[in-house]
Design a protein around this ligand. Structure first.
Ligand SMILES: CC(C)(COP(=O)(O)OP(=O)(O)OC[C@H]1O[C@@H](n2cnc3c(N)ncnc32)[C@H](O)[C@@H]1OP(=O)(O)O)[C@@H](O)C(=O)NCCC(=O)NCCS
Length: 250
């Protein structure tokens, strides 16, 4: 799921998904120290810092939030949140493009507003081994801040930063289904030139997350079921939905 879990849970037995090799692009992610924090109307979207562990632990102790992650359960010890945060700190920071989301208030336009802000969420391309082979975005916000447009404000700003990253040519294996809506072209035999996409995966009942993705321009491309990976859902199937976003027209 488009979630923020630690550790990445054991993968359930996925249905066999027809895949193909494509030539495409892949972003080159700068280290945390070289990233310019992103300022939106109400938010500061900045790289992780080791001092974020306490705020991350508070967020990851909310069962209503963690229910929608692929792990399904809260962090019981702060040590679990520390391990989670370390995935996004040097020397691993260039493996993902994940951020802390700070709410600065609706009126605070001051330069140093971060000092007064509160960490309300996390989000970004957070998986080193994304489920579908393409980069995958995920996010989670404290329940007290839901339905005020914060995830949408975050995702739309994140998308701009994501597509502005420098890119390299790569050859990767991806699901055929992910190519059908992107104007992919066949060339030299069986390797196809495919436009890069950003993906997201939700549990079908996560209507709020679906809305966030759709408002940011993501399109649904695949639905499937697989054994539910969440604690408390053993023996049940999860209905998952995959979305994709192509680069903005330049
Ligand atoms: C999903 C989540 C990130 C949304 O954050 P948010 O800040 O509330 O999102 P926004 O306010 O930007 O948008 C939510 C939209 O969903 C709608 N929505 C939320 N719950 C809904 C429901 N049960 N039925 C219908 N619409 C719903 C809201 O009305 C809003 O749409 P609108 O702007 O058209 O009114 C947040 O609920 C969360 O952190 N959930 C737990 C973790 C999670 O699910 N992460 C994503 C995993 S795929």
């Amino acid at each position: 799921m488009a979630s923020q879990s630690v550790p990445e849970p054991p993968k359930a037995a996925h249905e066999v998904l027809p895949k193909t090799k494509v030539k495409t692009t892949w972003p080159s992610v700068p280290p945390n120290a070289d990233r310019t924090p992103i300022r939106t109307e109400r938010l500061l979207i900045r790289p992780f810092d080791a001092a974020d562990v306490d705020a991350v632990f508070e967020l990851r102790q909310q069962p209503e939030v963690m229910l929608w992650t692929s792990f399904g359960t809260i962090d019981k010890e702060i040590e679990e949140s520390r391990v989670f945060v370390e995935r996004f700190l040097p020397p691993k920071d260039t493996e993902t493009f994940n951020f802390v989301v700070v709410y600065l208030g609706d009126d605070d336009k001051s330069e140093n507003a971060d000092a007064n802000g509160v960490v309300i969420g996390l989000g970004g391309a957070h998986k080193t081994r994304p489920h579908l082979g393409w980069p995958e975005v995920g996010y989670m916000f404290r329940k007290e801040y839901w339905n005020r447009g914060f995830a949408s404000e975050f995702l739309q700003a994140f998308n701009k930063a994501w597509w502005a990253l420098p890119r390299n040519e790569v050859e990767i294996e991806v699901p055929v289904a992910s190519l059908l809506k992107t104007g992919t072209e066949e060339n030299d035999g069986n390797v196809t030139q495919a436009p890069e996409i950003l993906t997201a995966i939700i549990e079908e009942r996560n209507i709020g997350s679906r809305r966030v993705l759709e408002k940011a321009g993501f399109k649904e491309f695949r639905k499937w079921t697989e054994p539910d990976s969440r604690a408390g859902f053993e023996g049940l199937d999860a209905a998952l939905v995959a979305f994709l976003l192509t680069a903005p027209e330049s």
